[in-house]
Design a protein around this ligand. Structure first.
Ligand code: PEP
Length: 246
């Protein structure tokens, strides 16, 4: 049975007081025992939340380098040393605003795996890609480094998040059937390269304007194992409602 996961990406939101308030409310909530709940606060707060027991804490990013003269960055080893075990990589906002290439993102994945962390690997097409009918090719190419260069045992440690860029923060959500088609495509691509057993083990999350009004339908799809939630993760009631949508 694949893990059901809901991960909240707070992005660059909330001052410390508001972040602590939201963290406390989520940390003291009761969750379904079969759902893993992850939050990714801004990196400046990670160390103060890393003692959470009811929640898993993720970084929103990590350096591809292991140490040295990289001002402003932090490494996988540093994240591990403050008890973090998850990090988001390849979010479209990093790809677009920070020019992150597939190669750089793959280096981040490798660095996380080498240091005992689980990468939450994001992929997804732009609106132009979808309008041109090339969404499967785009996602395939974003996946190619991890599929061509990781062993099956490493790949099985990944969480994949399919996030169509046109749905992130826009209020537009993929139709559940379209999201399911992409999740199934990703799983089949993994099965063809590795085995069905490997592909069946990997949780694939949907992200892109997921909210209580659409999470139930999305999560009922065969290959959608949960969500990566942006805006709706900043409100504890909305986030809890999404966690309870399976
Ligand atoms: C995200 O940034 O990963 C995301 C899915 O954002 P939103 O839910 O706000 O679309």
């Amino acid at each position: 049975m694949r893990k059901k996961i809901v991960a909240g990406n707070w992005k660059m939101n909330l001052n410390k007081l508001d972040a602590v308030e939201l963290f406390k409310s989520l940390e003291s909530s009761v969750y379904p025992p079969d759902v893993e709940v992850i939050i990714a606060p801004p990196s400046i707060y990670l160390d103060s939340f890393s003692n959470a027991s009811n929640l898993k804490i993720a970084s929103q990013d990590v350096s591809q380098n292991s140490n040295g003269a990289y001002t402003g960055e932090f490494s996988s080893e540093m994240l591990f040393s403050i008890n973090l075990r998850f990090a988001i990589v390849g979010h479209s906002e990093r790809r677009v605003f920070h020019n992150e290439s597939d190669e750089m993102i793959f280096n981040k994945v490798k660095s996380l795996l080498n240091n005992g962390l689980t990468p939450i690997f994001c992929c997804g097409e732009s609106l132009d890609d979808r309008n041109n009918g090339i969404q499967f090719d785009v996602v395939n190419s974003q996946l190619s480094n991890i599929l061509n260069n990781l062993s099956s045992s490493d790949l099985e440690k990944l969480i994949i998040a399919y996030e169509p860029v046109w749905a992130i923060g826009t209020g537009l959500t993929a139709e559940p059937s379209d999201a399911q088609a992409m999740h199934s495509y990703i799983r089949n691509t993994i099965a063809n390269k590795f085995t069905t057993k490997t592909s069946e083990q990997i949780s694939i999350l949907y992200g892109g304007s997921c909210k209580p009004a659409n999470s139930k339908e999305l999560f009922s799809m065969k290959d959608i194992d949960g969500g990566l939630i942006g805006g709706a993760s900043l409100d504890s009631n909305s986030f809890l409602a999404i966690v309870n949508s399976f």
